[in-house]
Ligand binder design. Structure first.
Ligand code: HEC
Ligand code: HEC
Length: 258
């Protein structure tokens, strides 16, 4: 099943390579080493090729119809997330900074341009979120999670998550993801993976620094609280942060602003 869907991705991979060649011919010079600048996503509509929805069927076998996932289960939603964030993740999986072999296999031969087109396709989807599942955790644990997300803990050098992920926690265009509408298991696993070095972002990996400051109890508390929050405004990322981010993050424009 996945094998037959994988072959659907191939013609476009070649198409992407051809595009990259013709672009190189038109504008010789070194390639831009920073993939996720806002400039790369300035005119997204123009770069989504026709037939994309049928070609990403392989993705929706795991990520749910149109990439919208489900309220339960592990697979993260990808629909409507910031394009630069999605592109960075596809690069991370392809290049080994994140690992999920069944998915890596599908994208290992795809070009940067083709991955960007898929990212732009999923980012452009504007689909409602289901209501959140009932909170799983004691009131004290949920309160600990809320406080860490909204205020951080200065004494332990933990910045508030909202300083980078936005006050509505729906992320910031183009490269910072939202924290809502994600399964508790997925959140636990991602924060744990950053702590152990199994998940990496581009350098400087600010999330690794944040995650290393969190105890296992902090991780459980934050994940339990976040997973139980409703998602405002279909989870659309905000355009900019009110203040500069507390640290620099690789693959994200300076200050988190586009
Ligand atoms: C076999 C199941 C499977 C398939 C098929 C699959 N994925 Fe995934 N994908 C996953 C899992 C599981 C994760 C989370 C992995 C982890 O724990 O880090 C993931 C993570 C992602 C992420 C990161 C999401 C986030 O919030 O950080 C993106 C983007 C993504 N997938 C896009 C795609 C695209 C595009 C395709 C099609 C080319 C695809 N996936 C096909 C299972 C799959
Ligand atoms: C200095 C800015 C910054 C702070 C503070 C921060 N984050 Fe992040 N976070 C990021 C960036 C940037 C990414 C995207 C990393 C990448 O490209 O893989 C991210 C990604 C994530 C993800 C992955 C989402 C997904 O869909 O896979 C989770 C979960 C997360 N952060 C949780 C948190 C929590 C919880 C806190 C607070 C304890 C926090 N972050 C604080 C910048 C920050």
């Amino acid at each position: 099943m996945i094998d037959s869907l994988r072959t659907r991705l191939r013609p476009l991979a070649l198409w992407g390579a051809a595009l990259a060649c013709s672009a190189a011919a038109a504008a010789p010079g070194p390639a831009d080493p920073v993939p996720a600048t806002s400039a790369a996503f300035a005119a997204p509509a123009a770069t989504v090729p026709a037939g994309m929805a049928s070609r990403v069927l392989a993705c929706t076998t795991c990520h749910g119809k149109e990439g919208r996932a489900t309220a339960e289960g592990y697979f993260p939603r990808i629909a409507g997330k910031p394009a630069g964030y999605l592109h960075n993740q596809l690069l991370n999986f392809r290049d080994g900074r994140r690992s999920y072999p069944q998915m890596g296999y599908l994208i290992e031969h795809l070009t940067d341009d083709y991955l960007r087109e898929m990212a732009v396709h999923f980012a452009a989807l504007d689909l409602p979120y289901p209501p959140p599942p009932a909170p799983q955790g004691t009131p004290a644990q949920l309160e600990q999670g809320r406080a860490l997300v909204q205020q951080g803990d200065a004494a332990r050098k933990i910045p508030a998550c909202v300083q980078c992920h936005g006050t509505t926690m729906t992320g910031v265009a183009p490269s910072i993801p939202g924290l809502l509408g994600l399964p508790r298991d997925y959140l636990n696993s991602q924060l744990g993976a950053w702590k152990t070095g199994q998940r990496k972002a581009q350098s400087p990996d600010c999330m690794a620094d944040v995650a290393r400051q969190l105890t296992p109890e902090d991780v459980s508390a934050v994940s339990a609280w976040l997973a139980a929050q409703p998602v405002p405004g279909n989870g659309k990322p905000v355009a900019s942060l009110p203040a500069a981010m507390p640290a620099r993050c690789g693959g994200v424009a300076e200050g988190g602003r586009p």
